[in-house]
Design a protein around this ligand. Structure first.
Ligand SMILES: Nc1ncnc2c1ncn2[C@@H]1O[C@H](COP(=O)(O)OP(=O)(O)O)[C@@H](O)[C@H]1O
Ligand SMILES: [Mg+2]
Length: 221
């Protein structure tokens, strides 16, 4: 097996990495036959906590919490990934916020096929996202690595700032998804490792539109 590895990354916290990863994971788990592993590299362990709280592991995808605060974490990470690649069809990584040179982010990005960057339209978030995106090509070039970088507009509302987000398109090679996710209470309340946020048959549901795009770009189905 040669599973696709997708990392959810941003410089700043609070942009929706964990939310987007969990919504996407539940949909993959419930709507496809792909065997999914989520590697939780964030010391906050949000995914792992919800996985444990739901206490129904047989019904969810697998979650593995990786501790970067250990001797030679990158060697152990490589070992974990080698085993994971032989067992799963798809691997998602939840990362702490930070710079591309931070160990968890650096080593995860270098092993990823695809990055998902949730993009929020506040001035501080846009600046942070620009800095993050601009740092990607340098690292990739150094390692002669290529990957796909996709931005997903998150927490979209009526504010004027959202109209300016298209200028992030192309920065660091990032392409923006067509389908944004709005600022909705359901994304706060509906987080689960077991239950899908919605049923797949409602075509006009914005999450379904996002998920279709995700599957196409990730060659799921
Ligand atoms: N589209 C959304 N609509 C409403 N709330 C959201 C949305 N996306 C994320 N949130 C909320 O924003 C906060 C930060 O999201 P989180 O996924 O933890 O970000 P990160 O992992 O990037 O730090 C959480 O309280 C989450 O519930
Ligand atoms: Mg998070």
């Amino acid at each position: 097996m040669n599973p696709k590895i997708v990392s959810f990354v941003t410089l700043k916290g609070g942009s929706g990495k964990t939310t987007l990863l969990m919504l996407t994971s539940a949909a993959v788990h419930n709507r496809t036959n792909k065997k999914l592993l989520v590697i939780d590299s964030d010391p906050q362990r949000s995914v792992k906590q919800i996985y444990m709280q739901e206490n129904n592991n047989a019904k969810s995808y697998d979650v593995f919490a990786f501790n970067w605060n250990q001797p030679n974490p990158d060697e152990n990470f490589e070992k974990v990934l080698t085993i994971a690649k032989s067992k799963y069809d798809l691997i998602f990584m939840d990362l702490p916020p930070g710079r591309i040179t931070d160990a968890p982010i650096y080593h995860s990005i270098l092993r990823s096929d695809m990055l998902i960057v949730p993009v929020v339209a506040s001035v501080l978030d846009i600046n942070a996202t620009t800095i993050f995106l601009e740092s990607i090509p340098e690292v990739l070039k150094e390692k002669k690595k290529s990957l796909e970088v996709y931005g997903v507009i998150n927490k979209q509302d009526q504010s004027i700032e959202y109209k300016h987000l298209t200028r992030l398109s192309g920065v660091g090679g990032m392409q923006l998804f067509y389908s944004p996710l709005s600022n909705l209470v359901r994304y706060k309340r509906g987080i689960s490792t077991i239950h899908d946020i919605t049923t797949p048959d409602i075509k006009e549901d914005e999450f379904n539109m996002y998920f279709d795009e995700f599957c196409t770009k990730c060659y799921i189905f």
